[in-house]
Ligand binder design. Structure first.
Ligand SMILES: Nc1nc2c(ncn2[C@@H]2O[C@H](COP(=O)(O)OP(=O)(O)OP(=O)(O)O)[C@@H](O)[C@H]2O)c(=O)[nH]1
Ligand SMILES: [Mg+2]
Ligand SMILES: [Mg+2]
Length: 256
């Protein structure tokens, strides 16, 4: 059927395929969550309910999109790794990015009440999304190492910062000043000497972030291939190291 005389405008919509045979990393981040967390009175420095809600929404995304093999979450962000061979939405960038961002946001709102039964949503939260294309497993591993290192740096800083303010009675300005120029070992020492806190004993969820990994359940069927999504898989939530080799060596299928 011939279109109307207006149909030519369709030609202005340009295709936006992502390079085939590359790893896709989709990351979303809460929009203005500094304000959102303040208005909804999130616990400082870490609100375990808020983090669990993020994990729940991310798991929903992975249940819906089987080509996501790994996800990493911290603070108001989540990163998702799509397997190299994915043909999701014909690898159209804006389709993948907008649909996944929208679905995650809906799930976040949908489950809000389960995690904050006494604190109704005061306004609708939103998330931004982006997709980065990585050519090889090296960059993918470095990407996830980057996010986990970021989690560690931020969490160490925030933990000592809020201890100085909440228990130490310092103003936020004084707490920032006290930490200026300190290295990691000094922060550990301050935390231990002034507040009796051994950083390494803090909840691993806060120190390592959240890892959602699609593990192959039936390991008797080697080699571990996805085989067109036919392998029986299970999504596990971990708070472990993903920088060292151990995590990846145990799961060669993630970078297939
Ligand atoms: N109290 C508390 N605040 C949190 C928690 N997780 C995230 N936040 C807040 O969310 C912010 C997230 O940082 P960003 O994503 O860099 O900043 P943003 O305000 O969301 O701004 P944009 O992402 O640029 O829109 C943090 O700076 C905190 O203020 C939490 O567990 N507890
Ligand atoms: Mg944000
Ligand atoms: Mg953020």
């Amino acid at each position: 059927m011939a279109g109307s005389k207006y149909a030519y405008v369709r030609n202005f919509e340009l295709p936006d395929p992502l390079l085939p045979g590359t790893f896709l990393v989709f990351r979303l981040d809460g929009h203005s969550f500094h304000r959102f967390s303040t208005e909804h009175q999130f616990t400082k420095p870490n609100d375990v309910q808020a983090l669990m809600l993020m994990d729940h929404a991310a798991r929903d995304v992975m249940e819906e999109y089987k080509d996501i093999v790994l996800a990493f979450g911290e603070s108001d962000e989540y990163s998702f790794l799509l397997r190299k061979s994915t043909s999701l939405y014909n690898r159209r960038e804006s389709k993948i990015c907008s649909t996944l961002t929208s679905f995650f946001t809906s799930c976040y709102v949908f489950h809000w009440k389960e995690y904050f039964p006494d604190s109704p949503l005061l306004y609708p939260p939103s998330f931004d999304g982006r997709i980065v294309v990585y050519p090889s497993s090296r960059e993918v591993r470095d990407y996830f190492s980057w996010r986990q290192a970021d989690t560690h740096i931020n969490n160490l800083y925030n933990t000592i910062f809020w201890a100085l303010v909440q228990q130490g009675g310092k103003t936020t300005t004084d707490a920032h000043a006290a930490l200026r120029g300190t290295v990691s070992s000094q922060k550990h020492e301050m935390l231990f000497k002034s507040f009796g806190v051994n950083y390494n004993e803090i909840d691993a969820r806060f120190r390592k972030g959240s890892i959602l990994v699609r593990d192959i359940e039936d390991v008797s069927h080697k080699p571990l291939k996805w085989k067109k999504n036919k392998a029986k898989t299970k999504i596990n939530l971990l708070h472990c190291d993903i920088i060292k080799d151990e995590f990846w060596d145990a799961r060669p299928h993630l970078l297939e």
